[in-house]
Design a protein around this ligand. Structure first.
Ligand SMILES: *Cc1c(COP(=O)(O)O)cnc(C)c1O
Length: 425
C-alpha cells in the first residue's frame, strides 16, 4: 500500500462507504478531459462525470482562467449586506436561460442545500401568507440529497433508516410508468385537493439515484399544471438533469409547464466547485417582503455567493453557449442511441434506456433490483480492470460522461459493457 493510501486509511472517512470492507480507493494524481490518472501509472475513463458533475471534462482552460482572474479581484466576501459583480452577473444570466416566470436567485453550497432552501421557501411562503401547510408530495424513489429536509422528501430505506423518525410528512406517488400515469394523477388530485400541501417536488423526467428511471414529459407537465391549479408550489430539482444532461439545457425544456422553484447545482460550475442555486418566482419572493425581519428568509451559509465559484459558474455559462456544447451533447446522444438499439434485445438485460447523454442498462435479476446486490461490486471491479470508472446503481450500469468524451472513448465504454454482460454467462 502506498504511503498516501496508508495515511488515507489512518485519517479519512469516505462518503457512502463501509470503511471496514471497502476496497482501496483509487489514488488519483491527475485528471485531464475525460481521463483520470492514478499514482501507479494507470488511467481510467471518467464514465460518470466524477459523481455526475463534470460536464466539460477535467482541466478546462476557460474555467481555470476565470478562477485565476477572480482570485486577483475578490476571493471571498460576506453576502449579507454586500454583493459583488460575479454573483449579480451569474443571477442575471441564469435567469435569462430559465423560464420567464422565475425572477430571483438564492445562493447556497450544493444540491442538498439548494433543495433545503427550496423547502424552506415553500413552507415559509405559506407561513408568511398566514396559511401554513405541512405536507409535501414527492415521487416514489426520489433522491433530493442527504440533509434532513432533503432526506424527508426522498425514498425511505437502508440509506436513511436511522433518521426516519425525524422526517416531516411526505406523501409519495407511485413512480409514473406509462401504465400508471393516469392512476398517479388521480391520486395526486385527491391529495392536492386536501389543501394541506405546501409543495410538490420532482426530479424532472428522470430519477438519478433510483437507477436512471425515466418518465414522460407529458406526465411532468400534467402534474405541474394540476398542482398549480390547486395553488400548490411546484419545485423542479434539476440538480442532476440540468446543463444538457437530458439532451436539452434543462429537463423542463422538454415540456411547457413552468415550476415555481428550480434547484440547480452539479454541472452549474462545470463540475469543478460546489455551488447551489434556488431560483424562485416573483410571487414567492414577494411573500417574504414585510417590515418585520421575521418574514425574511433567515437562511445562509458562510460561503454563500463565493466570488471564485460564481466566476467559474459564469465561465461555465460561456462554455454552455458555445456551439461545441450542444454539438457534443447531440453527438453523445446519437452514439448512445445506436448502442441502445444494438442492446435492446440482449438476453442479459431487462431494460435499456436513454435520455440525452444518459444511457442505462438494467441487468436481469432473479430477485429485483437492490443497491446491495453483489452484481454491483462485480461490475465496478470489472470496469476498473478495463480502465473505466463506472459506479453502477445496483444492477443498473450507466454512462453519463463529460461531454468532451470522444467517440473512440465512448466505443471503449460500450465494448466494456458488452464484455461485462458476456462475463455473466
Ligand atoms: C446529487 C443530487 C442532489 C444532492 O446534491 P449534492 O450536491 O450531492 O448535495 C439533489 N438532487 C438530485 C436530483 C441529485 O442528483
Amino acid at each position: 500500500m502506498s504511503k498516501l493510501l496508508q495515511e488515507d486509511q489512518q485519517y479519512v472517512w469516505h462518503p457512502f462507504t463501509q470503511m471496514q470492507t471497502a476496497r482501496e480507493p483509487l489514488e488519483i494524481v491527475q485528471a485531464k478531459d475525460a481521463t483520470l490518472y492514478t499514482a501507479d501509472g494507470k488511467s481510467y475513463l471518467d464514465c460518470n462525470s466524477s459523481w455526475w458533475v463534470n460536464i466539460h471534462g477535467h482541466g478546462n482552460p476557460v474555467l481555470k482562467a476565470a478562477l485565476i482572474e477572480q482570485y486577483d479581484a475578490i476571493d471571498h466576501v460576506i453576502f449579507a449586506g454586500a454583493t459583488h459583480p460575479k454573483a449579480v452577473e451569474l443571477s442575471r444570466r441564469v435567469l435569462e436561460i430559465l423560464p420567464d416566470n422565475l425572477a430571483k436567485v438564492f445562493f447556497s453550497d450544493d444540491g442538498s442545500t439548494a433543495v433545503e432552501v427550496a423547502l424552506k421557501m415553500a413552507f415559509q411562503y405559506w407561513h408568511n401568507l398566514g396559511a401554513p401547510k405541512k405536507r409535501v408530495l414527492a415521487l416514489d424513489g426520489a433522491y433530493h440529497g442527504d440533509t434532513f429536509g432533503a432526506m424527508s422528501i426522498g425514498q425511505r430505506g437502508y440509506f436513511n433508516e436511522p433518521f426516519e423518525h425525524f422526517f416531516f410528512e411526505t406523501d409519495f406517488l407511485h413512480f409514473p410508468t406509462p401504465e400508471r400515469e393516469s392512476e398517479c394523477l388521480e391520486q395526486a388530485t385527491k391529495w392536492l385537493d386536501s389543501g394541506e400541501f405546501a409543495a410538490v417536488i420532482v426530479e424532472p423526467l428522470i430519477q438519478g439515484s433510483a437507477g436512471m428511471r425515466m418518465y414522460s414529459a407529458s406526465f411532468l407537465q400534467a402534474l405541474t399544471e394540476l398542482a398549480q391549479s390547486r395553488g400548490v408550489l411546484v419545485i423542479y430539482d434539476e440538480v442532476m438533469t440540468g446543463w444538457g444532461r437530458t439532451g436539452t439545457l434543462f429537463a423542463m425544456d422538454q415540456q411547457s409547464a413552468k415550476p415555481d422553484i428550480v434547484c440547480l447545482s452539479k454541472g452549474l460550475t462545470g463540475g469543478i466547485l460546489p455551488l447551489g442555486l434556488t431560483v424562485a418566482t416573483q410571487a414567492i419572493y414577494d411573500a417574504f417582503l414585510a417590515p418585520e425581519t421575521t418574514k425574511a428568509l433567515l437562511h445562509g451559509h458562510s460561503y454563500t455567493g463565493n466570488p471564485l465559484i460564481c466566476a467559474v459558474a459564469c465561465a461555465n455559462l460561456d462554455l454552455v453557449a458555445m456551439p461545441e456544447f450542444t454539438a457534443n451533447i447531440q453527438r453523445i446522444a446519437a452514439n448512445h442511441a445506436v448502442f441502445r438499439e444494438k442492446m435492446k434485445d440482449h438476453p442479459r438485460l431487462s431494460d435499456v434506456r436513454q435520455l440525452g447523454t444518459i444511457l442505462a442498462l438494467e441487468i436481469k435479476m432473479d430477485s429485483g433490483s437492490s443497491y446491495f446486490s453483489n452484481i454491483r461490486d462485480k461490475a465496478y471491479d470489472f470496469f476498473l480492470e478495463h480502465g473505466l470508472l463506472v459506479r453502477p446503481l445496483g444492477n443498473i450500469i450507466f454512462l453519463n460522461p463529460p461531454y468532451c468524451m470522444t467517440d473512440a472513448e465512448l466505443f471503449t465504454a460500450y465494448a466494456a459493457m458488452e464484455a461485462f454482460l458476456k462475463e455473466l454467462d
